[in-house]
Design a protein around this ligand. Sequence first.
Ligand code: NAD
Length: 327
Amino acid sequence: MNKQINIGIIGTGHLGQYHVKHYLGLPNVNLVGIHDVNPRQMDIIQKTYPVKSFSSMEKLIMSCDALSVVTPTETHAIVAEKCIELGKHVFIEKPITKDIKEAERLVRIANENNILIQVGHIERLNPAILALKPFSISPKFVEIQRLAPYTVRGTDVPVVLDLMIHDIDILLSIVNSPVANIRATGVSILTDSVDIAHARLRFENGTVASIVSSRVAQDKVRKIKLFQKDFYATLDLLLGLTEVYQVNDESNDEISPTTAPFEYHGRKRIISYTKPPVVQNDALRDELSNFIQSILGNATPIVDGQAGRDALEIAIKIQDMIIQDIH
Ligand code: NAD
């Protein structure tokens, strides 16, 4: 289809510049322009990319069919609501908003006005996660680690809302059951808010997940381990590596490249090891493409407003619990 979607970007800081870069290269996109409250930031972008800057946010919104909101999280609600009020679809960077009330309001007015909200939970498109697609996943236990060295960026929000929310969104997409119970603890180390957090989530179907997120680590780590009957998967989201161990009956061993026999209660079985193909991608490009194709009616948003709201709800419950625990 040749239809062009007129796109605008509001907020062209660290991440917004990459939205500019990708929209310029995507099919079905006419990048109308950018708006940033900081005119110097727009100048910097214009020196690198052939894009028009708008000093008025309203004028940019009025000239577009859809917008990316890449401003700091505390401004997502006010900026996105303006877009939705004016009848425009919105891609909102994660977290959707700073609190649940704002998220629910956005989802409600978007539904009422037939507007599409997509939320930038980019890790859903991490190739290591996508490589799990051929497998039937229903984990009983999940262990997740997301550690990063300290940088100023992101410290305007606690680590739960900056880093852990990525893993909460992944978990909610994998475990098809409501969260029944949360335990959480955290520590402030370098900032006044929580820098390292641990949460234990139990889902109504019995699945248990343990998530550790830190922004005071020496090295970057992003790992997920999934355990279920006769199945164990280990994912490295940084390296783009997925490894799967499955237990099969001996007779089923034709396709595994690596196998190890074992015996339990007299039953002989084999553990087979596979490395499903991990197709390298640019996750930001792919999620923006998904947004455009969803507007065109050729796809549905990978992470819609409701999913963004659901991840935020759990993140805020974890954060509140940590604060209670600290005081
Ligand atoms: P940033 O501070 O580098 O950039 C934000 C830009 O928005 C700045 O240029 C600022 O001048 C501008 N701005 C502020 N208020 C504005 C307003 N009301 N209207 C227009 N422009 C405004 O921040 P960033 O690191 O690019 O983060 C932006 C958003 O993206 C945050 O919500 C953050 O959580 C999210 N983020 C997501 C990921 C991810 O993995 N998906 C990664 C980084 C950041």
